[in-house]
Design a protein around this ligand. Structure first.
Ligand SMILES: [Ca+2]
Ligand SMILES: [Ca+2]
Length: 341
């Protein structure tokens, strides 16, 4: 059965039971003997949902009924809002709010980890662009004061906390003397857009479009700042890995992390997605400027990173967006993959 048909069936079942006795009282132990049809199974699970939590989103159960793809969530499509009419960065074109049509699709629950990226590179002997170019961008606090002085001329204009450092790549993410030990479940970084496309293709997947990414980020909610709502810290808890303290010299790490965190650390919405906002920026398939035919056009990235602080980079919102040329890489830029449903 197609996802669309099963979604319609489930919605029909939900609306039927929402307007009538849900039949939950029929769920005696004997009645729970193996059911024969998918529809009966569906009805039973919907009833369980209503019994246990009337406010729980139907998707929590819908997901159980769909063919599972390991590590991916099925994101329901439709005509959905993205963007915002209250932009924080006009130049980023966060506005206007608009309706996009998106098909059902699958999205990785997590950013791609170093462990998974390692399998890919080993299997096809892949070298990333940073490895081929011989350098990548590193954040200043990963350099000693001596190295900072030495590499002064390799800083990024208007973002002097970024240094272009020789020998840095996904294998040495935190400086030329670093390695991946203990970072196996952290997101891969220092990967270009082309590296991301190569990985997703190898995995039988693809990069999400910006619309898909943002629809997934919103988790079925409308017009909210974050995947879970409008409050940055509901229940006084940290829901994402960003920067606390003074930028760029005083990260107090109140969320527990100075740099990246494990990809399965912060669950952020009803679609069971982790670190959509924060941790690392994520490449999307889209061009920043439609029709750009240059050799290395800029591509849209979403979600902000562990370096984002409200004072200068309030981009850990679903509507926020930024860009880099597709051959760029940095220590706070990774990706996750999507797949057609
Ligand atoms: Ca942090
Ligand atoms: Ca992220």
């Amino acid at each position: 059965m197609s996802h669309l048909k099963s979604a319609i069936l489930l919605l029909a079942v939900i609306s039927h039971y929402a307007s009538a006795d849900c039949g939950c009282n029929k769920l005696d132990r004997d009645a729970a003997a193996p059911k024969t049809t998918r529809q009966e199974q569906t009805e039973q699970q919907v009833c369980q949902q209503q019994t246990h939590n009337k406010n729980k989103h139907y998707r929590d159960y819908y997901a159980e009924l769909e063919p599972e793809i390991e590590g991916m969530s099925l994101i329901p499509g439709g005509s959905l809002h993205i963007g915002t009419n209250e932009p924080h960065f006009e130049a980023d074109h966060e506005s206007p709010e608009r309706v996009v049509k998106v098909q059902d699709f699958y999205l990785d629950k997590h950013e791609v980890s170093n462990a998974n990226f390692a399998k890919f590179t080993e299997q096809i002997n892949y070298k990333t662009e940073a490895e081929r170019f011989g350098d990548s961008f590193l954040f200043k606090t990963l350099l000693t004061p001596e190295q900072q002085t030495e590499l002064e001329d390799y800083r990024v204009v208007n973002a002097l906390w970024w240094y272009k450092v020789k020998g840095v790549s996904w294998r040495k993410p935190n400086g030329i003397n670093s390695n991946l030990q203990g970072l196996e479940q952290h997101p891969v970084v220092h990967v270009s857009w082309r590296d991301a496309v190569a990985y997703c293709t190898w995995a039988g997947k693809r990069l999400p479009s910006e619309s898909e990414w943002e629809v997934a980020c919103r988790g079925g909610k409308q017009r909210k700042l974050y995947p879970w709502g409008n409050k940055l810290m509901p229940k006084d808890q940290h829901w994402l890995n960003i920067w606390q303290g003074e930028f760029p010299d005083g990260n107090t790490q109140q969320d527990g992390y100075q740099f990246t965190c494990p990809v399965n650390e912060f669950r952020q919405n009803n679609y069971d997605l982790y670190n959509m906002v924060g941790n690392v920026w994520e490449w999307t398939a889209d061009l920043w400027q439609a029709g750009d035919t240059s050799e290395s056009p800029a591509r849209v990235k979403k979600g902000g990173s562990y370096l984002c602080h409200k004072s200068y980079c309030y981009r850990y919102r679903c509507a926020a967006r930024s860009q880099n040329t597709e051959d760029s890489s940095a220590g706070n830029l990774g990706f996750r993959c999507a797949k057609n449903a």
